[in-house]
Design a binder for this molecule. Structure first.
Ligand SMILES: *Cc1c(COP(=O)(O)O)cnc(C)c1O
Length: 341
């Protein structure tokens, strides 16, 4: 049995999803003639109660498009120091938009509204870049799947409105937060100027992300997506997977969360483990007591059992539960973990 826990992106389409893909009605989406893509875009827009949405090949492209549309070159966006848009999008913020990031030293990837307010450059002080956008991430990736307190998001929205800033949500794993905190997606739709979501993470699709916003933003996003090379033809095969995933794979994220918590409970009792960060969704970040066992040794021992997890740097290790991590694998993994100490 091979157990891959390095990310929730390693999943393969289920039989039901493949069936939906194989039987999808498709057309040429560059001419906006693909009925499955159009249906997915309508479904996501309705889900958030927003006017429109656009299908993208990746979450990176969806975020980069939003940043491009919300800023002008030379301006600055505010984000947490752990933000995906800053750390893991290849410097796209500067490459694509000519924008810099003001990094906030938040907690597990989450800033307070006070920190956001302090990070805004005074608009009349022309020596510093003009602040034009706030980007937040829910759940936080590098922050270990942490979920925001919705009240804080409301407070930040007010600061954005008062200071004429746009407000973007990188919701690659927003589905996990919605399930974990039993929140209403339409509340998010009301708050943000744009929301990106990934279909290729917890929802188990092979490819795809969606950007939602108002009609004007999404009309403009079509051109930016084209410039970035993201216009696809019979992408309805992929969109059909997304529709299937939204129908059948959202509620089950609770299983991933439950298993993640159970793994955490076993880890924390192991003598070789120094720290396990709080587990709210499907990501577990932990540190070994390196005087007892090195990270490399720990990873190698798991590999002997065909179990893969990933190092995050700075002595941190990460486990991510997902759709292809079955209950059988889970019980086996917990057993193996207990033998390692
Ligand atoms: C995965 C992820 C993305 C997008 O990644 P792609 O691999 O480009 O789809 C964006 N933000 C966060 C927080 C992510 O975890």
């Amino acid at each position: 049995m091979e157990i891959n826990l390095i990310s929730d992106t390693v999943t393969k389409p289920t039989t039901g999803m493949l069936e939906a893909m194989m039987t999808a009605k498709v057309g040429d989406d560059v001419f906006k003639n693909d009925p499955s893509v159009n249906a997915l875009e309508e479904k996501v827009a309705n889900y958030f109660g927003m006017e429109a949405s656009l299908f993208f090949p990746s979450g990176t492209m969806a975020n980069q498009t939003a940043i491009k549309l919300h800023t002008s070159p030379g301006e600055q966006l505010i984000c947490d120091k752990y933000a995906h848009v800053y750390n893991y999008e290849g410097g796209g913020v500067s490459f694509n938009s000519g924008v810099s990031c003001k990094l906030v030293d938040g907690n597990r990837g989450m800033m307070t509204s006070e920190q956001v307010e302090e990070a805004i450059n005074p608009p009349d002080f022309y020596h510093s870049p003009l602040t034009s956008l706030v980007c937040i991430e829910n759940t936080t990736n590098k922050g270990g799947g942490a979920c925001w307190d919705f009240n804080e998001l409301i407070k930040i929205e007010k600061i954005c409105t008062d200071n004429d800033l746009k407000y973007h949500l990188d919701g690659a794993r927003l589905w996990n937060a919605l399930v974990a905190k039993q929140e209403n997606p339409k509340d998010y739709g009301k708050l943000f100027d744009s929301i990106s979501v990934c279909l290729s993470k917890g929802l188990g699709c092979p490819v795809g992300s969606v950007l939602a916003g108002n009609k004007k933003l999404i009309d403009d996003a079509l051109r930016v997506r084209k410039v970035l090379g993201g216009g696809m033809r019979q992408s309805g095969f992929l969109a059909a997977a997304g529709i299937y995933a939204m129908n059948y794979h959202i509620d089950r994220l609770a299983d991933d969360h439950k298993r993640a918590k159970e793994i955490g409970e076993v880890l924390i009792r192991l003598e070789i483990i120094q720290k396990v960060e709080p587990i709210e969704t499907n990501i577990i970040i932990f540190e070994l007591d390196e005087t007892k066992m090195s990270s490399n040794n720990f990873l190698a021992k798991l590999e002997e059992h065909n179990i893969s997890i990933i190092g995050m740097g700075q002595g941190k290790l990460r486990i991510v539960t997902h759709l292809d991590y079955t209950q059988e694998m889970h019980l086996h993994f917990l057993k193996v973990l207990k033998t390692l100490a």
